[in-house]
Design a binder for this molecule. Structure first.
Ligand code: BGC
Length: 751
């Protein structure tokens, strides 16, 4: 692999500092940096601590030190924007749209996460960027979460492993990552003011784990404190999170940059571990200079921030102006990576009668549903991608069907809901007959009749349902996980017209499938899957490749079953989203100061994480709540046989070995998952927890020996009394299988 060779070369280069931890490597220039700081004026230092433009912060021009250039990720390098995220209309800034977070996580592939990071880093360099604002690695706590599509998983181990690889990949390609949103930014509702109340064990074992791993193992150079508060303090001024945990415990040596508009004070943020205010300079500008001059703040605090920024500046080579943006951001090499991820992410949820892959005698397919033609690279609120191209599911199917001599007909089937971005002003222009006024609008009789007619006359129906970018979006959470715009009515009518139906769900998060299930003999989770998503999907549907994605989160039967809802601790009486609010106030003539004052006076609702560590499958399994599709679930076109386990405990690691056989006659990947169950533990724990996994490719009939390993330290729990990690000794059971609810082999052992 070219990138692995590249990374190997870097390793050799880094051999001189091989004994240093990934974070300590950032300090190799400290002597030089200290000399630079000694030459700087206070004004020059403070100039570095706030935005210069919407996506940059100042270097030290007098000393020839370049500005730092940021770009949004995490699933594509964002188009070039001016103030207020207004497009600059460049022509070479079309980037690769990569599968979004939940799709990447559905690959359960460390290699894919590395490649994704590497490709982002590579495109970042082409655009002259130093830092990618990503990966976004918050835990998917709520099925309705507006950014579930962007985040990776409900499980900290899966999220951690993939975050480490993404981080390494991007930084190996020369662009720093900025882990976001640190921390506990698990809801969009009131994200700008909500105070998350969580106990230390819950934070350490669930929500902080991916950040800890990406900092310690991945060597992440930048971290973005989130909008919300945690236990009383805004993340941008949360000394416990930023100083005690991130820097003192994890040894972070890089810089922090607040989420855009997420800085709230001068002294609080200065002492609470923030380096750069994004955006604006009302806190980290003159006010910071004054605080030092009047003796309230020690200049050494400012120096420490400058030092952390310069560490990143010296670790990442600035791209010369005349080199950046000379060729298109999206390149065939990186497009291919997006394609590969998409191929491995698609999850076959159900294949009851085996109507997938599409049978050879199917000569006419009716593709129904607007989600077959919708593009997902951009739209909604937040960072989208101006993608170079995007193959929709319908285009993918049409191209593949043509090769097989299969006819494809299409009907929209239902209207789509689209967010109105007019902030109260009714949008002008003709009414679009395919756009619904509300998410709950029932099926349109004419569209339904047209779809049913096509279904009757076809050999097979492929129904495309799910959400869209207006429904799952930054800035708000969904009100429920129901399929929108009468999709349930449509699938029922289609099935009654032609029961040979396969359903494909195009969404980033889970949906309520209780109604749809009986009318869908097969169901595929197709995600928001990047610019080659449609091609990859068609390959799976036609059986060119076997589906091999596994769910990175649980599909509950109903929303109310999920922990935060079951415990009644997620309220949705949201005030307006912080980001849209800032936009709106700006557009209506508020000054920056007035906007800040408005934000400072927002009410601060609390979100109590009383479910504690029982997030996702940890909750459903322990409380014995049945689910629709379990965490880790995903079928293939072949069966796999798991041989008996052997378990070795050497030094500080467990090694679990078994044989895995592909019982089918086509090549297929299996994601083997290892869970640990503690026996007779004195500590409250989930029924079992994921500790290791691997993706294995097997030819038809092939058997491979597989070893899954994990460090013993992963079995420690956080003790809230003593405030430390504690390794409880005792018996445990190791469970290995194809999904959290499909365990094939177990072995007893102990620590
Ligand atoms: C988002 C971040 C993003 C930033 C800059 C914020 O609203 O929360 O994820 O990186 O904007 O676009």
């Amino acid at each position: 692999m070219k990138q692995y060779l590249y990374s190997a070369a870097l390793l050799i280069l880094a051999a001189g500092c091989a004994s240093l931890s990934p974070q300590d490597r950032l300090t190799v220039n400290d002597k030089k940096i200290n000399k630079i700081i000694a030459q700087m004026t206070l004004e020059e230092k403070v100039e570095m601590l706030h935005s210069k433009t919407n996506m940059s912060s100042e270097g030290v021009p007098r000393l020839g030190i370049q500005d730092i250039k940021y770009t949004d990720g995490p699933f594509g390098i964002r188009e070039e924007n001016g103030d207020g995220f207004r497009s600059l209309g460049w022509t070479l800034d079309s980037a690769t749209y990569f599968p979004t977070g939940s799709a990447l996580a559905a690959t359960w592939s460390k290699e894919m996460a590395y490649k994704n990071g590497w490709a982002m880093g590579k495109e970042g360099r082409l655009r002259g960027k130093d830092i990618i604002l990503g990966p976004a690695i918050n835990i998917q706590r709520l099925p309705v979460g507006g950014r579930t599509y962007e985040y990776l998983s409900e499980d900290p181990v899966l999220s951690a492993r993939l975050s480490v690889e993404y981080t390494k990949g991007s930084q190996d390609a020369g662009t720093a990552v900025c882990l976001k949103h640190y921390a506990l930014n698990n809801q969009e509702t009131d994200r700008g003011s909500v105070d998350v109340i969580a106990d230390e064990r819950t934070m350490r074992e669930i929500y902080l784990k991916p950040f800890e791993a990406a900092v310690k193992e991945g060597g992440a150079m930048c971290v973005m404190p989130a909008y919300n508060k945690v236990n009383g303090f805004y993340c941008s001024e949360n000394a416990h999170l930023n100083n005690e945990i991130l820097r003192d415990e994890w040894g972070f040596k890089g810089m922090t940059v607040s989420d855009w508009g997420g800085t709230h004070s001068t002294m609080g943020a200065a002492l609470g571990g923030l380096c750069v205010q994004m955006t604006g300079d009302n806190y980290f500008g003159q006010a910071l200079i004054d605080s030092v001059r009047n003796g309230a703040l020690d200049e050494a605090v400012v120096d420490a921030k400058v030092r952390e920024i310069l560490r990143l500046r010296f670790a990442i080579d600035p791209v010369p102006e005349d080199v950046a943006n000379t060729i298109m951001t999206s390149q065939p090499e990186t497009q291919k990576i997006a394609y590969e991820i998409a191929q491995k992410s698609i999850v076959l949820l159900k294949n009851e009668v085996g109507n997938l892959p599409i049978a050879k005698d199917v000569k006419k397919i009716a593709v129904i549903g607007q989600n077959a033609v919708l593009t997902t690279a951009a739209g909604g609120i937040g960072a989208g991608v101006k993608t170079l191209y995007e193959i929709s599911p319908l285009e993918g199917i049409q191209a593949r069907a043509e090769k097989a001599g299969v006819e494809v007909v299409y009907a929209p089937g239902y209207k789509n809901y689209q967010m109105r971005m007019g902030w109260g002003r009714p949008s002008a222009g003709p009414v679009n007959p395919l756009v619904a006024n509300s998410i709950d609008e029932p099926a349109d009789p004419a569209l339904l009749a047209e779809a049913v007619a096509l279904a009757k006359d076809a050999d097979m129906v492929i129904f495309f349902g799910g959400t869209n970018k207006s429904i799952e979006t930054e800035g708000s959470d969904r009100k429920n996980i129901d399929l929108p715009c009468g999709q349930n009515e449509v699938i029922k009518a289609l099935y009654e017209a032609n029961p040979n139906v396969a359903t494909v769900l195009i969404s980033g998060g889970p949906t309520d499938l209780r109604f749809l299930e009986p009318y869908s003999p097969s169901i595929v989770q197709g995600w928001w899957n990047g610019l080659e998503g449609g091609t990859a999907l068609a390959e799976v549907l036609f059986g060119d490749i076997a589906p091999s994605g596994k769910l990175p989160f649980t599909f509950p039967k109903k929303l109310e079953d999920s922990p935060a809802y079951a415990l009644g601790n997620f309220g949705q009486n949201a005030s307006e989203d912080l980001f849209t609010l800032m936009y709106r106030l700006d557009a209506t003539g508020y000054t920056r100061e007035q906007i800040q004052e408005y934000i400072a006076n927002l009410p601060a609702p609390e979100s109590h994480y009383t479910e504690g560590i029982f997030v996702g499958y940890r909750w459903f399994e322990t409380k014995e709540v049945p689910v629709m599709y379990a965490f880790g679930h995903g079928l293939s076109y072949v069966d796999f046989e798991y041989g008996p386990l052997t378990c070795k405990h050497k030094k500080d690691k467990f090694y679990v070995t078994f044989e895995l056989k592909n019982l089918g006659d086509m090549e297929a990947d299996e994601v083997a998952q290892l869970y640990v169950k503690r026996i007779d533990s004195a500590v409250e724990r989930p029924l079992k927890e994921l500790e290791a996994f691997d993706r294995i490719t097997l030819k038809g009939g092939e058997t491979k020996k597989v070893t899954l390993e994990f460090p013993v330290s992963e079995l420690a729990h956080w003790d809230n009394e003593t405030n430390e990690w504690v390794l409880e000794h005792g018996k445990l059971e190791i469970l290995v299988g194809s999904a959290s609810n499909d365990i094939r082999q177990t072995i007893a052992t102990e620590i």
